[in-house]
Design a protein. Structure first.
Ligand SMILES: *Cc1c(COP(=O)(O)O)cnc(C)c1O
Length: 432
C-alpha cells in the first residue's frame, strides 16, 4: 500500500511526546482511539495534504472545517501575504474589522452586531456570558454529545475529542460550574421542556449545534429546532446556535438559514477565519449591547480582529458570496458519497448508519438510526479504527475518530469521490 511509510512521523511523534502532552496540541490529533502514529503534515494544497514522509492524502478533514475552499486557496493566501506586508498586529481598530462585521451582518440578517474573537471556544464562552448578563440568569442548557469548545461550563457531556477520549465530563471543572449546566437529549425537545420547567426562571440560554457534528454528524429532526425556538421564548431564555462548523458551510446563512429558524445569538469559527485562528459571536442588537465598552459584560482580546486573520476570513467569505454554487456542488458530491458508502455497506454486510447534509457526513458502524449521543455511542469503534487505517493506507485521510465529521470542500471532484468509494470498497471487503 502506498502510504505505509511513516518513518519521519514516527520520529517526530516520539520527540513531540517528550515536551507536548500526548505529543499534540489538540487531543483528537493523537490517533488515540484508532491507534498508530499521527501523520505530521508538511503542506497542503486544494484537496490534498502531504506529510513529512512525502505521502499524499486526499483530505476529508479540511482542518476540521475551516478549509471549505480547499487548502491554501490562492486568493486567500495572496490576501494574507498582502496583509502581512503592513504589519502583523496593532492592538487598535482597523478597516478590515469593519468590513468583516458589515459582511457578516449583511449576509445574515439576524446578526445585527458581531464581535470577533480568536477561536470557537472563545466565541461560545463570550456568547454564554452575554446571555447570562442579558437575562440575569445563571444556568445554561446544552445537549449531550454537542461540543461547544472547552470553556468550563461546556465540558459537561461534551462531544468531539472529549467523547473520543472518554472524558465527556472533564476533570478540573469546578462542581459549581457543572451545576449550572443542564444537559438535554439531542432531538428530544420534551427533555428540554422538562428541564426548563424544573428550572423555571433560571435558564439564561439554550445552546445547540443546529446540525450536531461533534458526535459524528447528527441531523436535527423535522421541527426540533423550531420547537427549541418556541421553548426558549416561552421560558425567557435566549437561543444560541453554535454555528462554528455549520456557519457559512450549510449555506451563506448557516444552518439557521438552511432550516429557517432564527437564533438570538450565533457563534462562528473555523470557516470565518479561512484557516487563521478566528471566532465570532453576534446576534440581536439589544443583547450584543450588554458587551463592554457599551454594556457591563466584559469581553476582550489582545489579538481579536487581527489584521492577518481578518484578511484570510474576508477573502474566504467574499469568495463564498461570489460562488454560491459551491453549496449545491458540495451537496451533490456529499450525496454521491453518502449513497455510495451506504450501498457498499449493504453489499458487504457492514452494518452502517450514514448521516449527512451538504458538505458534512459521518459513517457510523451501527445499524442505526443515529439520532442522538446514545445511538451514536452504539457504533463499533474497533471496526471504525480498522476502516480508518484501511483508508489512510490507501491515501484517504478522514478524522481519526468515529465521532467526527467528514468535510467536503470546493476542491473535491467527482473523481475524488469515485477514488474514495473504491478505497471504501476495498476496506469493506476486508472488514465486512
Ligand atoms: C470546533 C468547535 C468549537 C470550538 O472551536 P475552537 O476554535 O476549536 O475553539 C465550538 N463549537 C463547535 C460546534 C465546534 O465544532
Amino acid at each position: 500500500m502506498a502510504n505505509c511509510n511513516s518513518t519521519k512521523s514516527d520520529e517526530l511523534f516520539a520527540r513531540a511526546k517528550e515536551h507536548i502532552p500526548g505529543g499534540v496540541n489538540s487531543p483528537v490529533r493523537a490517533f488515540l482511539s484508532v491507534g498508530g502514529t499521527p501523520r505530521f503534515i508538511a503542506r497542503a494544497e486544494g484537496q490534498y495534504m502531504y506529510d513529512e514522509d512525502g505521502n499524499c492524502y486526499l483530505d476529508y478533514i479540511g482542518s476540521w472545517g475551516p478549509m471549505l475552499l480547499g487548502h491554501n486557496h490562492p486568493l486567500v493566501a495572496a490576501e494574507v501575504v498582502k496583509a502581512a506586508n503592513y504589519g502583523l498586529s496593532f492592538g487598535a481598530a482597523t478597516k478590515r474589522e469593519v468590513d468583516m462585521a458589515e459582511l457578516i451582518c449583511d449576509t445574515v440578517p439576524w446578526v445585527e452586531m458581531v464581535r470577533m474573537v480568536n477561536s470557537g471556544t472563545e466565541a461560545v464562552m463570550s456568547a454564554v456570558r452575554a446571555a447570562r448578563g442579558f437575562t440575569g440568569r445563571d444556568k445554561v442548557l446544552k445537549f449531550e454529545g454537542c461540543y461547544h469548545g472547552h470553556a468550563d461550563c461546556m465540558l459537561v457531556k461534551a462531544g468531539s475529542g472529549a467523547l473520543t477520549t472518554g472524558v465527556p465530563d472533564s476533570a478540573g471543572v469546578p462542581e459549581g460550574c457543572a451545576r449550572d449546566t443542564l444537559t438535554a437529549v439531542y432531538n428530544d425537545a420534551d427533555s428540554v421542556e422538562r428541564l426548563l420547567r424544573e428550572n423555571e426562571g433560571q435558564v439564561a440560554c439554550i445552546i445547540v449545534e443546529p446540525v450536531a457534528a461533534n458526535m459524528g454528524v447528527v441531523l436535527p429532526k423535522e421541527g426540533f429546532l423550531k420547537r427549541l425556538r418556541g421553548l426558549a421564548d416561552e421560558h425567557g431564555a435566549l437561543l444560541i446556535f453554535d454555528e462554528v462548523i455549520t456557519g457559512f458551510r450549510l449555506s451563506l446563512q448557516g444552518a439557521a438559514g438552511y432550516f429557517g429558524v432564527r437564533p438570538d445569538l450565533v457563534t462562528y469559527g473555523k470557516i470565518i477565519g479561512g484557516g487563521m485562528p478566528v471566532g465570532a459571536f453576534g446576534g440581536r442588537r439589544d443583547v450584543m449591547q450588554v458587551i463592554a465598552p457599551v454594556g457591563s459584560v466584559y469581553q476582550a482580546g489582545t489579538l481579536s480582529g487581527n489584521p492577518i486573520a481578518m484578511a484570510a476570513g474576508l477573502a474566504t467569505l467574499r469568495w463564498l458570496k461570489k460562488h454560491p454554487e459551491i453549496y449545491t456542488e458540495t451537496d451533490r458530491l456529499g450525496k454521491i458519497l453518502r449513497e455510495g458508502i451506504a450501498e457498499l455497506g449493504e453489499k458487504y454486510r457492514v452494518p452502517l448508519a450514514v448521516n449527512g447534509v451538504g458538505s458534512l457526513l459521518s459513517v457510523f458502524f451501527t445499524e442505526g438510526p443515529v439520532t442522538d449521543c446514545a445511538s451514536a455511542r452504539k457504533a463499533d469503534t474497533e471496526k471504525f479504527a480498522k476502516y480508518f487505517h484501511g483508508l489512510l493506507d490507501r491515501g484517504i485521510y478522514i478524522g481519526p475518530s468515529q465521532f467526527e465529521a467528514m468535510f467536503l470542500s470546493a476542491a473535491h471532484t467527482d473523481e475524488d469521490i469515485a477514488q474514495t468509494l473504491e478505497a471504501v470498497e476495498e476496506v469493506f471487503k476486508i472488514i465486512g
